[in-house]
Design a protein around this ligand. Structure first.
Ligand code: PLP
Length: 376
């Protein structure tokens, strides 16, 4: 039998102009972590998100979270609340700064940080004598978190929000774009995200001071002097002008990419609808997800694994949902406020191939394999 081609979970999908903008960087010798592609890429993100945001293009989304926490004054010994159900890059920068992560579980409607547990965590930490310095909330798999409820709690206790929008470029809540809701938002352009610069990230903020300070810190914190003068510890976190060329091209096709991923979701949902044991995450009213990854919930861990192995045997990549941070060996000893929700999602959930470049044939093949496993 002829070997089937591999289907990836989420692979890069170039449009038509990326290569031209990269060539432009070479032709003009702007092969540096600054230049016209960086400026124009930032401008295109600012125009897309709207709401008068300022954007600093950086080397990774992780770097953006690190700088966001530093800009919000997080330092050694502080506590930072972080959604437990996420990728480890949301939490790692807390450790870079010598601060303590406090993990909070998810609710069932969006799979993101539970407002109830968030408030419980905050009041508990305060009664222990330490008010958290920041809240990291995540729009996981592209689904916005409960923006209104989370913001209300943050305002009540006067704690700033870092909005981890790494998976949610193109998602909206009440018609406003993800990235614009936190005191500081962050984006990722890693190779598996909805659009990519191969590796890259951005910090998003309405506060121009934050943008300028982020760029200052991201470029080795050089003071204004003819020689190299430093009064702060800096980082080398700026985005390359070559990679920003890819980003400019990708921003031109972002809307198409969102449409394609949403149509993957609709395909899976309609074709698996007659299996009552398979659940999908639906959009609550006012929520619009870019459907970065389509996720299903199966009845049990065993069922989830059987489907995953059946796909794997046919060269189809799928992946369990994120393993919550409070269950990770590296973070298990830090405080957490959990009610079993994310642990259950992790046990039963599976991310299906979701790239914007999947063909109908690919999708048919995947659905065929899953259906076969479910009717066994
Ligand atoms: C990808 C991702 C990040 C980190 O972005 P990088 O660009 O890979 O450093 C952070 N948070 C979440 C939720 C992510 O999915």
């Amino acid at each position: 039998m002829e070997a089937q081609t591999k289907i990836w979970l989420s692979s890069p999908h170039m449009g038509s102009n990326e290569q031209n903008y990269v060539d432009e960087a070479f032709k003009t010798n702007w092969v540096a972590p600054l230049g016209p592609n960086v400026d124009l890429f930032e401008e295109s993100i600012e125009n897309h998100i709207g709401d008068d945001v300022h954007v600093a293009a950086l080397s990774t989304g992780t770097a953006a979270i690190h700088l966001a926490l530093e800009l919000l004054g997080v330092s050694h010994g502080d506590e930072v609340i972080c959604q437990s159900f996420t990728f480890s890059a949301s939490a790692n920068p807390i450790m870079y700064l010598g601060a303590t992560p406090v993990f909070v579980d998810s609710e069932r409607d969006t799979w993101n940080i539970s407002p109830e547990l968030l408030e419980k965590a905050i009041s508990d930490r305060i009664s222990n004598g330490k008010k958290p310095k920041a809240i990291i909330a995540v729009h996981l798999y592209g689904m916005p978190y409960k923006i209104t409820e989370v913001k209300e709690i943050a305002l009540k206790y006067d704690i700033p929000i870092v909005e981890d929008s790494a998976e949610a470029l193109g998602s909206t809540y009440n018609n406003a774009n993800c990235g614009s809701f936190g005191d500081i938002g962050i984006l990722s352009f890693n190779g598996n995200k909805i659009i990519t610069t191969s590796g890259g990230g951005a910090l998003v903020t309405k506060n121009l001071n934050f943008k300028n300070k982020a760029i200052f810190l991201a470029t080795q914190a050089r003071d204004d002097a003819p020689h190299y003068l430093h009064s702060h510890v800096g980082y080398n976190y700026r985005m390359s002008n070559v990679l920003a060329g890819i980003g400019r091209g990708q921003m031109e096709v972002l809307d198409d990419r969102v449409a394609a991923r949403r149509s993957n979701f609709e395909f899976y949902k309609s074709r698996l609808a007659h299996f009552p044991e398979i659940e999908f995450l639906n959009e609550p009213s006012g929520f619009f997800s870019n459907r970065w990854l389509t996720c299903i919930l199966t009845p049990s861990y065993e069922k989830r694994e059987r489907i995953r192995y059946a796909l794997l045997a046919d060269e189809v990549e799928s992946r369990p949902l994120w393993k919550p941070m409070h269950q990770q060996p590296v973070f298990k000893d830090y405080p957490n406020y959990s009610d079993g929700t994310s642990a259950d999602l992790f046990d039963r959930g599976l991310c299906l191939p979701s790239g914007s470049n999947l063909t109908t044939e690919d999708l048919e093949r995947i659905v065929g394999l899953i259906s076969k496993e479910l009717t066994k």
